[in-house]
Design a protein around this ligand. Structure first.
Ligand code: ACO
Length: 432
């Protein structure tokens, strides 16, 4: 018998079972044969919050959380951030290999020609309240694209899927920019196809009365690098939502909207906005020790710290810290950086954070750059959602084409009442 097996003895029945181990995992369904009798359903695993469950096989992103390593399709994130454009990385994530020159040229041209929004979508956005959160506008508008593209329901057709993928990657910056302009009461700006992905996004965000928007190249490149860093992160909360909703064969617009909704939460992509609020609350470098103390006492988490997978410095945070210096040469230093650096210094020397392996994550420094570039904190998670769309769509495609996948449907451990006698309304006592 192969060494790659696990032998389990059920002490209830004294019976032993040998299960295969593949890639360091056993199949949960193999446990089902472990029964106390013919009426027994069979053994299950209980894993709230998926702390130790692999839900898929994936070839997209590799993370070694203990060593602080992140690869897309085998390429270290540091190398991609140095040499590639975001759309090049999106191609890599989606199709598995870096594009040739011709492939990249075609891909960029195709994405660029999908940046326009239907006029009804623009009107739809005009209906949002003046103070609507940009992330809520983005989620809602992405879902509303499902009404514009009913053809997207043909998810079994690879050509159709590819068309929707191009539309979503092309339109995401347009929707994001419109949500930003809407919250400021500014007129919407149409895409400019002469510009690259990041420059065009900046054009739609910032252009006022000038006939042609010219982006600062350092800021445009910084934004592009931030997009690369945020493009995918394997089975995080929103990717899991993407796969789960997609497994019911919902169309890609509704599925992406669901993933973006997950991203908006403060424990996930919404953390970058919370970091800025936290730094504002701290107010000055001198107040950092007291804030860290309060956090250790359980009053508040240090936002932008800690990660389910990284138990080391998040490699993306390192690159962001470096990129911040380049941005500050153009914009001037964001005074909030001093507070953030002090927070990091004190936390990384503190036993509480050392013991729990809590390091700065991707969201800790990104907000400081975004703010220096002129974004309001409410836009930070929207800036995360734009590039992550490529990752979500790659995860979605991989799930749909994986013959082992089915509709995602976990089991539960039922902890409620046994069958109870029905009580007529006059005999019931108040529940609360
Ligand atoms: N500040 C203070 N203490 C923390 C923090 C933090 N940011 N994060 C975790 N801890 C503590 C917990 O209280 C817990 O302590 P205990 O063992 O004494 O109970 C221990 O560290 C383990 O934390 P968990 O919450 O169990 O870790 P989990 O893997 O479930 O959570 C998460 C990871 C959600 C990222 C968490 O660290 C957190 O809330 N961080 C702040 C929010 C944040 O920055 N989120 C962005 C993550 S990156 C992304 O999604 C893009």
């Amino acid at each position: 018998m192969s060494q790659e097996t696990l032998t389990i003895t059920d002490n209830r029945t004294k019976q032993s079972y040998t299960l295969p181990i593949e890639h360091g995992t056993i199949r949960a369904i193999d446990l089902r044969q472990i029964k106390t009798g013919p009426e027994d359903f069979g053994l299950m695993t209980y894993d709230p919050a998926f702390m130790n469950t692999a839900s898929c096989r994936s070839r997209i992103t590799f993370i070694d959380g203990d060593r602080g390593i992140l690869h897309y399709r085998g390429y270290p994130i540091e190398v991609l951030a140095e040499h590639c454009s975001f759309l090049e990385v999106a191609f890599l994530i989606l199709f598995g290999d870096l594009p040739t020159e011709t492939e990249l040229k075609n891909w960029v041209s195709q994405i660029t020609h999908h940046t326009m929004l239907h006029e009804t979508t623009k009107k739809f956005m005009e209906g949002f309240r003046y103070n609507a959160h940009p992330m809520a506008m983005l989620v809602t508008t992405v879902a509303a694209l499902s009404t514009v593209y009913p053809d997207a329901r043909a998810i079994d057709d690879p050509n159709n899927r590819l068309l929707q993928i191009k539309r979503l990657i092309g339109k995401m910056p347009s929707i994001a920019a419109m949500s930003y302009r809407h919250s400021l009461g500014f007129p919407y700006v149409y895409p400019d196809n002469d510009l690259n992905y990041a420059e065009n996004f900046m054009n739609m965000l910032f252009r006022m009365v000038e006939p042609k928007y010219v982006a600062n190249p350092v800021l445009a490149r910084a934004l592009d690098i931030l997009f690369i860093l945020h493009a995918d992160h394997e089975q995080n909360c929103s990717a899991n939502v993407m796969r789960s909703v997609g497994s019911a064969q919902a169309d890609p617009y509704l599925t992406t909207a669901a993933a973006a909704a997950a991203l908006s939460g403060p424990l996930h992509g919404g953390a970058n906005e919370e970091v800025l609020k936290m730094i504002d609350e701290i107010g000055s470098k001198e107040n950092v020790p007291a804030y860290v103390k309060r956090s250790k006492e359980g009053h508040s988490k240090l936002m932008g710290f800690g990660h389910r997978v990284y138990k080391n410095y998040d490699p993306r945070a390192k690159i962001i810290k470096r990129t911040a210096e380049q941005v500050f040469e153009v914009t001037g230093r964001n005074p909030k950086l001093e507070i953030a650096l002090e927070l990091e210094r004190i936390a990384l020397e503190d036993d509480y954070f050392i013991k729990r392996k809590l390091y700065p994550n991707v969201d800790f420094y990104s907000g400081i750059i975004y703010q220096a570039m002129g974004f309001k904190p409410e836009m930070f998670t929207v800036l995360f959602a734009i590039p992550r769309t490529a990752g979500w769509l790659a995860q979605w495609q991989e799930m749909l084409t994986d013959s082992e996948q089915k509709i995602a449907r976990p089991r539960q451990v039922y902890a409620g009442h046994d069958v109870r006698p029905f009580l007529p309304i006059e005999k019931r006592s108040p529940s609360w």
